[in-house]
Design a protein around this ligand. Sequence first.
Ligand SMILES: *Cc1c(COP(=O)(O)O)cnc(C)c1O
Length: 486
Amino acid sequence: MLNESEKIKFYSGENIPLELHKVRIVQKLHLVPIERRLEALYEGGFNTFRLDTKDVFLDMLTDSGTNAMSDRQLGAMMMADDAYAGSQSFVRFQKAVLDVLGKKYLLPVHQGRAAENIISNAYVKKGSVVPMNYHFTTAMAHITQYGGRIEELLYDEAYVINSKHPFKGNMNLEKLEECILKHTAARIPYIRMEASTNLIGGQPFSIENLRGVRAIADKYKIPLVLDASLIGENAWLVKQREEEFKETSMADILLCMTDLADLVYFSARKLSSSRGGGICTNNEAIYRELEPLVPLFEGFLTYGGMSVREVEAIAVGLYETLDESMICQSPQFIAYLVNALESKGIPVVTPPGVLGCHVDAMQICAHIPQSQYPAGALAAAFFLISGVRGMERGSVSNQRDEYGNETYADMELLRLAVPRRVFTLSQIKYVEDRLTWLFDNRHLIGGLKFVYEPPVLRFFMGGLAPINDWPQQLMAKFREDFGDSL
Ligand SMILES: *Cc1c(COP(=O)(O)O)cnc(C)c1O
């Protein structure tokens, strides 16, 4: 079954992801000259997290808290019930979670990682092992912070950049069972499944695979935790790619997924296009165990550190997740960009996933060793020549092991996030154009080294420097080819 925007055909035969929304509030953008962008890079330690948005043209850093809200969400924010305890905004949030995610107990938290902190605090101990399809930076940081470690159990095809596999986020069921037998169920507090595995290119898992994980969880009596931050798009891709669900509604697909998990948590900065988060379950014992941690770390149980206005926006946004013409917008723009780049021979993660387009720095910067952070270098170079801010998702985003040694990432990716309903197609075409130029001049990109390295989550505030004057040479080539263009 096609969704509305796919049903609209162009006379030209072109495959264009037509927007089924109109823009009613706009925000002005600036593209500062490349000379200023070079200064900004030095000021920000060649780390795109440390750039100021006044120097950024298209902000493709993340889809976290940067999505466009709907008129209905903004309207609901004005109706918020400002109360410390017993707010009716929270009652509406509870109802949305029950209707959309099928869970009756809800704990509010200020964002996704706060949920990870609470879950890890309650269940992870020294020596715990948490098997998962793949880690997310903050999920891993919290598990290791409480003395545990993670084990990533994807199938080999997940690491193949160029693939046609529809579900690269699937958990390797054989390895999961081996992992449980090796460590014993007693050391495994829970199995974690992440919808649309963020760090390997926003790749979904199938419901068939989730059912397989559930069966193993049942066999060894281990709880299954679902990170649902990117569940809307995962559900939409299930509908596109999994035969059994072609005619199933988004509502039923979502319920089918959450029903298989004992505990579901999410970042509302992504799911529901607002800001905040939640933990939900139908298991009263789990709820009671986690409940006391919310007032300790977050806030009272009816706001959890969030503004009640955001709580209202989440409630409305959860229902909007069920609207296919809304949820398809970001993945369709991503598919458009991925297909355009691929047709020019630029290495990108395929099939197109969710949350962004993932460019393979390992291939583009094959001349830069992993010890000089090819993905970080590509992110800096791309900002320099375009004003587009992406995010390094490679070894800079990894953490050192317990002995302080570098652990190199499986993939060195530049992630160009496509926040939901924010960009227009001509902006996506600009990204394609500048990336094509950079690809043709890739030999000019050089490596980076750390000059300031924080001990935890170093990619956020870390400072790097180019190993030589490659940024100046890249800028000179840009001026040569583009004249006085911005
Ligand atoms: C963003 C994200 C988180 C963390 O959420 P925050 O709201 O940024 O703290 C956790 N898991 C996944 C899969 C995410 O994408």
